[in-house]
Ligand binder design. Structure first.
Ligand SMILES: [Zn+2]
Length: 126
């Protein structure tokens, strides 16, 4: 059984998923690959914003290569009804670390998961 369940597709790369406890998290439904290593980028941090005066919401998503550390930022529009739920998520607004191996396994990574686990154990960061 999948650890994360699809909630809504946002564009051709990113979608909103929820975990078993209902916490929302953006994850790629189509991978975005590191230009150097060729492996899919993994979410590193995200934050959801609502701009009341202009009545729109967006997500800023940082994604990182688990091998070389290449770092990208994505700015994604998000439906208004999901913004508050994203902001209340336990994943919101912080650097994701202990959750990363499980996210990578869900994304279909193989040996790279062990590399990240070892880095987390040694340095507390991936
Ligand atoms: Zn890379």
């Amino acid at each position: 059984m999948a650890r994360f369940e699809l909630v809504a597709k946002l564009n051709n790369t990113w979608a909103i998923y929820k975990d078993r406890d209902g916490n929302l998290i953006p994850l790629p439904h189509n991978p975005w690959y590191c230009p150097k290593c060729g492996v899919p980028l993994v979410i590193h941090r995200f934050a959801a914003y609502y701009h009341k005066a202009e009545d729109f919401g967006h997500l800023d998503i940082n994604a990182k290569c688990p091998l070389c550390g290449h770092f990208d930022t994505f700015g994604i529009s998000v439906p208004r009804n999901l913004i508050h739920k994203l902001q209340m998520s336990k994943y919101h607004g912080r650097t994701l670390r202990k959750e990363i191996p499980e996210i990578m396994e869900f994304m279909g990574f193989g040996e790279e998961v062990d590399i990240v686990k070892e880095r987390l154990k040694s340095y507390g960061y991936w």
